[in-house]
Design a binder for this molecule. Structure first.
Ligand code: ATP
Length: 254
């Protein structure tokens, strides 16, 4: 039904040695929302992302994507079903061009060895042409089209983050998990990234966003989940979270 969240988890536990990085955490991401995940350093946000995308398996608890448990799915299978994530440090391939980075993201989804086909056969098939058109369209929409043939390594930190988000869109996701899209990005570009996220959200994409920049969280999110010491501290509208005394304390106590 429409009220089923696209992504939800409950009772998640994950320890590393003696450290309970995530300790009975829950989250819900309604379809069509921009949902925020915040918390002090070391709260377990990235670990929770890793659990939600099945990059790591929980000691306890369950993640449901479209109401289905994802524990038996590989990250690429999850991507095929429409959930994709980015990383805190953008993982673009510096020695490939911006366009090649985009095309590789599409290839991952089809499972073909696209680069070989493309480089060795020198033949651009229909699907590849479509991917290329789509890649250029997305790059155009984020102002990176003029950089399509530049090495990704030549981009600024902020542009690299943008490329990582753009690349995630190549897989035609319905749900995008963004790990700190504004970290290390200059204020002008942060503003633009926020506008792109809002634009894609209007096109029907759902977002879950980890972010330390409160302006970004407050301006983008419908609902915010707060994690502290691996567990849920609060969740609510940005305004509720901003005035929640437990949340303020957790941040001041850092
Ligand atoms: P930040 O905002 O600083 O990125 P975070 O909220 O994303 O922090 P995590 O990175 O999930 O927090 O870390 C939560 C806790 O788990 C920390 O104490 C961290 O040191 C620990 N931790 C995370 N991953 C590992 C790992 N692979 N091995 C050991 N400890 C880990």
């Amino acid at each position: 039904t429409s009220s089923t969240p696209v992504l939800s988890a409950r009772g998640l536990v994950k320890s590393f040695g003696g450290i309970k990085a995530v300790n009975h955490a829950a989250i819900e991401v309604p379809a069509g929302s921009i949902t925020g995940l915040i918390g002090p350093n070391g709260a377990g946000k990235t670990t929770l992302f890793n659990l939600l995308s099945n990059f790591i398996q929980p000691d306890q608890g369950q993640v449901l994507f479209d109401g289905e448990a994802i524990e038996s799915l590989q990250p690429h299978e999850i991507a095929q079903r429409g959930m994709i994530r980015t990383f805190q440090v953008a993982r673009v391939l510096s020695r490939l061009s911006v366009l090649e980075n985009m095309l590789l993201a599409a290839q991952k989804q089809t499972g073909e060895n696209f680069l070989n086909t493309w480089l060795l056969a020198g033949q651009i098939r229909k699907e590849e042409r479509e991917n290329r058109d789509r890649a250029m369209e997305i790059l155009e929409s984020v102002g990176l089209a003029t950089k399509a043939n530049d090495y990704a390594g030549a981009l600024s930190g902020g542009q690299r983050k943008l490329l990582e988000i753009a690349r995630a869109l190549m897989t035609r996701p319905r749900l995008v998990l963004l790990d700190e899209p504004a970290a290390g990005v200059n204020p002008t570009l942060i503003q633009q990234i926020c506008e792109y996220i809002q634009y894609w959200n209007r096109q029907g994409l759902t977002f879950l966003i980890i972010e330390h920049n409160m302006d970004v969280i407050m301006s983008l999110c419908d609902r915010v989940w707060v994690l502290a010491e691996g567990t849920n501290l609060a969740d609510g509208s940005p305004a509720e979270i901003q005035s929640n005394s437990k949340v303020l304390e957790a941040y001041l106590g850092q």
